[in-house]
Write a protein that binds this ligand. Sequence first.
Ligand code: ATP
Ligand code: MG
Length: 576
Amino acid sequence: MSAPNLKANTGNAAPPNPKPSNFIRDIIVRDLEAKKFGDAQVQTRFPPEPNGYLHIGHCKAICLDFQLADEFGGKTNLRFDDTNPEKEEQEYVDSIMADVRWLGFEWEGLHYASDYFDQLHAWAVKLIEAGKAYVDDLTADEIRQHRGTLTEPGKNSPYRDRSVAENLDLFERMRQGEFPNGAKVLRAKIDMAAPNINLRDPVMYRILHAEHHRTGAKWCIYPMYDYAHGQSDSLERVTHSMCTLEFTDHQPIYRWYIEQLGIFPSQQIEFDRLNLTYTLLSKRKLRQLVQEKRVAGWDDPRMPTISGIRRRGYTPEAMRNFVAAVGVSRTNGSTDFAMLEHFVREDLNKRAHRAMAVLKPLKLVIDNYPEGQVEEMEAVNNPEDPGAGVRKVPFARELFIDQDDFKEEPPKGYFRLSPGREVRLRFAYFVTATSVVKNAAGEVVEVHATYDPATRGGNNPPDGRKVKGTIHWVCARHAVEAELRLYDKLFTKPDPNDVPEGQEFTANLNAQSLEVATTAKLEPSLASAKPGDRYQFERVGYFCADPDSKPGKLVFNRTVALKDSWAKQEKRGGAK
Ligand code: ATP
Ligand code: MG
């Protein structure tokens, strides 16, 4: 490739994102200038192990892999790193493909490490023939004992000097299924005194009599990650193989196999993992939450999985913007969950239609409004987007307002409704509370008021009178009922792994992470909301219709509150 091609590549067509400087981009530019890979185009891959659902951390890896290739006119493959037959399932493969597409990316090639099992096996034989690999009979424990430590060299296995012929014979018999699990392994013959422990004769193959989700019973020996990954990259002519920092110490072994085999010189580049406060980004731990039924499933809207945040109402645009703002570096850190929520709000503010919804309904009767009359008030769909238009909202004598918007004895600074106080009903009229009806327990169950016809549309009257408070409402006769699911953080601690000795991260689960409001009243335009539709319920928060939602039985998830109530609560020392 001559100069980097900056044209967008329609194959990976996702809207462009801001491009802050990025050390990986600098490496690619340098490599292209030096023609490090000859005329090969930039090729990347996203290589998930299909052992769980993707999470927010994977969003970062996906954006890097796809956007960087795209920027240089290159391509990205999706490759399932399916070398662990026991933990992998088709369900995970399907969800991963759906999640990558949801985020806005389409892969060039779809591959599986298991597609390469024959080639990887042939290469193992080649390494044995070259005296670079041997069959070892030590047990896993013995191998560990022989490995040495960071300060002490390892010891050679007594089987290390087997002849090539014996190694070829034993490896073939391993493949034929002659030996039980764990009886033997194939190891690379490198250096038991290497300062990098990963180079102390790493295991290449282990015996595992297990059915694989794609290759069935064909194999009973399976390659290790380190032996499979670089060679798979090389087969796909991956130029820049991005992975997270924990693989830094594996880079020498990644390179060793490629050099010994003399194959396409794929290059590994490490970047920092995304960590988020109050969140766990580990498939294994997220699987535990699902299996122990701590959450309703992988797509529970409280889960940091891509399927969870999608169901909750987060947008792919918000996720891409967030990941771009987080950037990449060479040191692991932790990103504030509030920053993620900021990007979600920022995006939804631009695109979500507004609607009125009352969480805790309180009847408001306007005594001087004609009985039986209904007016259609005009409401703006999105003040941020004039193109979003207007809708009609019915208004009549009996309305619902939120219990929090009325106080019989208003505290100082409270500008909402109270006896004798005038407020604006959004898009409708000014009303003044006149009296209340109470139940036997002394609670206000109905507020009576009068309205001023001169304020129609919620406009100031000709006398120039102003009000301090504006509240939302829904018409009692036309309101539709809905269940609102209000989510809070899944964990109570910024680092959910921070637990006393002997306890598990599950001890930090937030018992108040889901609150269900079953008596909410919504404006009638929401009756036709379809699962996935997103709204801003004015003054309440952003909401998304849940897949459980049906006509007549609406269910909405709160995507994010309008303001960060958690931070406030924490400051007061009341965070539980
Ligand atoms: P987990 O521990 O959650 O299973 P993983 O690294 O084992 O994560 P893989 O399926 O192997 O998950 O990951 C696919 C790619 O996504 C890898 O390149 C990995 O480095 C990257 N990745 C995984 N977690 C994160 C994260 N938190 N931040 C950035 N990239 C990540
Ligand atoms: Mg993994």
